[in-house]
Ligand binder design. Structure first.
Ligand code: ATP
Ligand code: MG
Length: 429
């Protein structure tokens, strides 16, 4: 178990209406279903369950209201891009009536025509389903389409409508021409002041990975980089959900979940869910640090297939060279809000784990391995030789490595105190 401040039960905010404790086994089962539903780990689609992100929500809404600009929403895998694009337009109910939102899921076989034909079809279907066929009186009957044809169709939309077309997972499109044509359509919609907002969503480090020649269409584009969530946003995720049930989280349990999540909301939901289910097993409504410890065990069992191979490849060795400890230190290293850390950031966690002062020279070659083919590129690297930064190529791997490290006893109590205490002080409950 992770050491933490004194256990304070009932730490979650008071509930508006206190729900009664389940009495019968059916009632406990209902509570279990409710927890599964609330913490299901799918992209958020209900405003009530969406935490934080107010800056990004406002930026996106403002862009839609300006009516001539378009958005590129990008960030690491799993930071909440789909959820944000699902929710931002629902934030202020008053204007909701006029929104017509189409979502297109892009894939590796798509090109400009295929994504836009689906986009037009979807937009039309959404307008009709909202009872406004007059808003979306344009053609969708194309087998191929050019940027100018798209623009001409979108110009037919009723000016009272607020149409949005979201191209999610746009990074999956491999066709090079699509990137160029997408830049063309953005420019064309902007130049003709067409009132449809295009939102391009994808995993990327920067905008140019998604859009060709973005500098020339800079005025037409608003970039919304989405970073990992702050600790208070992650806490909000727990509060928002648990508040709808009769259960409570202790401060310690919340803190542990948040620290382990590394800014990734999926983990906050998954660990909270597993911890709550563990408490339900013993018919308790308060979730404590012991439940989180059980949740970690369960998590490692559940995710063995997806992470174990990559973890094994990165750390497999015949020599005694502390690869596992170094990878754990990478996962614990202080990083920026995009998850990047420098070699020097490993000194403190690795020294705490090894109980011996480590220097960069001790682990430099490990970092090279982790970011190269030998280590399965478990880390990705950016920057030149002097300013090299690293982060986990799959951000989901990072909490796995930490939980695995705790589970396999790589961090003893003293090291835990040292590694987690500092952050705990900054964690205002
Ligand atoms: N603002 C939020 N409030 C609460 N939960 C969130 C929020 N944003 C994301 N999540 C949760 O985080 C997880 C990942 O969210 P989402 O699928 O939106 O991320 P993504 O960036 O689109 O991921 P991917 O890169 O895999 O497409 C989901 O479990 C979702 O419920
Ligand atoms: Mg997504």
């Amino acid at each position: 178990m992770i050491p933490a401040a004194k256990e304070t039960l009932m730490a979650t905010k008071p509930k508006a209406t206190q729900k009664p404790k389940p009495q019968t086994s059916d009632e406990w089962m209902m509570l279990e279903f409710e927890i599964q539903r609330l913490f299901d780990g799918a992209p958020v689609d209900e405003e009530q369950l969406f935490a934080g992100r107010s800056k990004e929500v406002n930026k996106m809404l403002q862009t839609v209201m300006e009516r001539a600009k378009h958005v590129v929403l990008f960030g690491e895998r799993g930071v909440g891009k789909t959820s944000l694009s699902n929710i931002f337009w629902k934030r202020y109910g008053t204007t909701l009536q006029s929104f017509i939102v189409a979502r297109v899921q892009c894939g590796p076989h798509d090109d400009f025509s295929s994504v836009w034909i689906r986009g037009l079809e979807e937009l039309k279907a959404m307008g009709i389903s909202r009872g406004r066929p007059d808003y979306v009186n344009f053609d969708t009957n194309f087998t191929a389409i050019t940027p100018s044809q798209v623009r001409r169709e979108l110009q037919k939309i009723n000016p009272n409508a607020l149409p949005i077309i979201i191209f999610d997972e746009y990074d999956k499109v491999t066709d090079g021409d699509t990137k160029v044509l997408m830049a063309n359509i953005v420019k064309e919609l902007y130049d003709f002041a067409v009132h449809t907002t295009v939102i391009i969503v994808g995993v990327a480090e920067n905008i140019s990975e998604l859009i060709a020649d973005h500098a020339s269409i800079g005025r037409a584009l608003v970039d919304v980089p989405l970073h990992r969530m702050s600790e208070s946003e992650l806490r909000e995720i727990i509060h928002q959900r648990i508040r709808q049930t009769p259960m409570t989280f202790s401060n310690d349990a919340i803190w542990t979940v948040v620290i382990l999540s590394r800014g990734l909301p999926f983990f906050t939901q998954t660990l909270s869910k597993l911890a709550a289910l563990n408490a339900i097993k013993t018919r308790r409504l308060n979730i404590n640090n012991g439940d989180v410890a059980e949740a970690m065990k369960q998590f490692i069992e559940d995710t063995a297939v997806s992470f174990r191979d990559a973890y094994g490849e990165a750390t497999r060795t015949n020599q005694k060279n502390n690869l596992k400890e170094t990878l754990l230190a990478c996962a614990l290293a202080k990083s920026d809000d995009e998850g990047f850390f420098k070699a020097a950031d490993l000194i403190e966690p690795l020294s705490a784990i090894m109980k011996d002062r480590r220097r960069i020279a001790h682990f430099e070659k490990h970092l090279r391995r982790f970011s190269g083919d030998d280590g399965g590129k478990i880390l990705s690297r950016r920057g030149g030789d002097r300013q090299q930064m690293f982060r986990f190529a799959d951000p989901m791997m990072q909490p796995y490595v930490i939980i695995n490290g705790i589970q396999s006893g790589m961090i003893d109590e003293d090291a835990k105190n040292l590694l987690f205490q500092k952050e705990q002080r900054e964690f205002a409950i």
